[in-house]
Design a protein around this ligand. Structure first.
Ligand code: PLP
Length: 447
């Protein structure tokens, strides 16, 4: 039958919600009552039913400059028409080099080389592979262990979930990488209740790295990876002095220190990187999200000169590091990231985040005493409001708060029974007030 529809051909399919298996989502709940965004501008989303929703989470911690910023959208359109794609292997294009140079200048001193990826997860895998390969090219191949931390989130690929410390992400796949161990997490709401900035207590938890190093012998450990502020497990700022102590222990044993700055990078802490904010420089920084303002997938891994140089020793015609992605340094992503960096600089957004930090902290901490709230943590332009779970129904109260907030015109994010907040850095003081007022109403409404 010549008129029969061709599969994948020119027949317009119906908009069947079942076809899309949504990531990290309660698919059945969503498909019962879809929440669709059809537009965005600056601090707001527009919903399919025509409402404005204030973005309290910068999308997924990534839209640091706000939505649909002209400089970025124009750069993307222009690049797409000029050079859409160039092979990433053995070929180049100027914007990737320009971007790498700009990023190297932005990064802490000494982290002068940039490897491009397409996401936070890919950046994590790249960093772990660089760490293992680095020791190997230096003749220390016995360093095969990777150390993470409980409650760490390092994306969803095999390396990341192995060093990560979230049971739900690990339990089915987390054993595929051998030689991984975990330090204790630093969450201690009993000693550090309602904390703002670095937690007062807990520096001694860094000694867990010494314990692990002693257990396995330090000469078997390649690298330690931590988020300077753990984000996805509920915003856990480091205890005072903790990161510095990790640095010292790593130096003592020749272990590489990796900061996963996928959330904290690009201004979220009121500095280019959390490394600057906390005054501790790791050997490798993992980044993504805010690098391209979330507009186009892109990640970047920063490495120390000594690491890069260690690879640049063999015959010159040989590929030094057998790793890379088809879209590493993609021209359109590079153009988007360059325009993003311009926007951050021209509008002074990192400085703005810094100036807003105390206003933000006061506002979010003012939710203390609101119904269901058992702890609050603030740092940079990040906040967490921890709710008492409904007995026997963990995550339900926070999820209800998420739905209610969306109904009332505010996008929040929840993890467990914790509300996580991370607005675009362009947020106004009035909009900070609006977040707090809406959350008060929401928490009074939910069971
Ligand atoms: N690392 C951290 C600290 C993150 O917060 C995330 C995402 O939230 C990732 C890695 C993974 O990034 P992506 O989702 O881009 O793969």
């Amino acid at each position: 039958n010549e008129s029969a529809p061709i599969r994948g051909g020119n027949v317009v399919p119906t908009n069947n919600l079942e076809a899309f298996w949504m990531p990290f989502s309660a698919n059945r709940q969503f498909k019962e009552a879809p929440r669709m965004f059809i537009g965005a501008k600056d601090m707001h989303y527009t919903t399919a039913d025509g409402r404005q929703v204030l973005d309290g989470t910068a999308g997924l911690w990534c839209v640091n400059a706000g939505h649909c910023r002209p400089k970025i959208t124009e750069a993307i359109a222009k690049q797409a028409a000029e050079l859409d794609y160039a092979p990433a292997f053995q070929m180049g294009h100027p914007k990737a080099f320009e971007l790498a140079s700009r990023l190297a200048a932005l990064a802490p001193t000494g982290l002068d080389h940039v490897f491009f990826t397409n996401s936070g997860s890919e950046s994590v895998e790249t960093a772990l592979k660089i760490a293992l390969a680095y020791h190997r090219v230096k003749g220390e191949g016995a360093r095969f262990r990777l150390i993470g931390r409980e409650r760490g989130y390092h994306g969803v690929n095999f390396g990341g979930i192995s060093v990560g410390g979230i049971v739900g992400n690990r339990k089915m796949f987390g054993t595929l990488l051998t030689g991984v161990d975990h330090m204790r997490h630093t969450h201690d709401p009993v000693r550090n209740p309602y904390s703002d900035g670095e937690a007062e207590h807990g520096v001694e938890l860094a000694e867990d790295l010494s314990r692990i190093a002693t257990l396995h012998d330090p000469s078997t450990i390649a690298a330690v990876i931590v988020e300077p502020v753990a984000g996805s497990t509920g915003v856990l700022p480091p205890p005072k002095g903790y990161l510095k102590r990790l640095r010292e222990i790593c130096d003592q044993h020749g272990i590489l220190l990796i900061f996963d700055e996928v959330i904290t990078g690009y201004g979220r802490m009121g500095a280019a990187f959390a490394a600057d904010h906390f005054g501790v420089t790791p050997d490798i920084i993992v980044s993504a999200k805010g690098l391209s303002n979330g507009v186009i997938p892109m990640g970047a891994v920063f490495v120390r000169d000594t690491i890069y140089e260690a690879f640049m020793q063999g015959p010159e015609h040989m590929i030094e590091f057998a790793h890379g992605y088809t879209y590493s340094g993609n021209p359109i992503a590079s153009a988007a990231a360059l325009a993003t960096l311009d926007t951050y600089r021209e509008e002074g957004l990192f400085e703005r985040a810094k100036a807003l930090t105390p206003v933000w902290a006061d506002a979010i901490q003012s939710l203390k005493g609101t119904r269901h709230v058992i702890d609050i943590r603030t740092t940079g332009l990040i906040g967490a409001v921890e709710l008492e779970p409904i007995p026997g129904q963990p995550t339900k109260r926070a999820f209800s708060a998420f739905l209610k907030a969306y109904e009332k015109g505010l996008l929040i994010r929840t993890t467990g029974d914790i509300i996580a907040l991370s607005p675009p850095l362009i947020i106004s003081e009035d909009q900070i007030g609006e977040i707090v007022d809406t959350l008060k109403m929401v928490l009074n409404d939910v069971e």
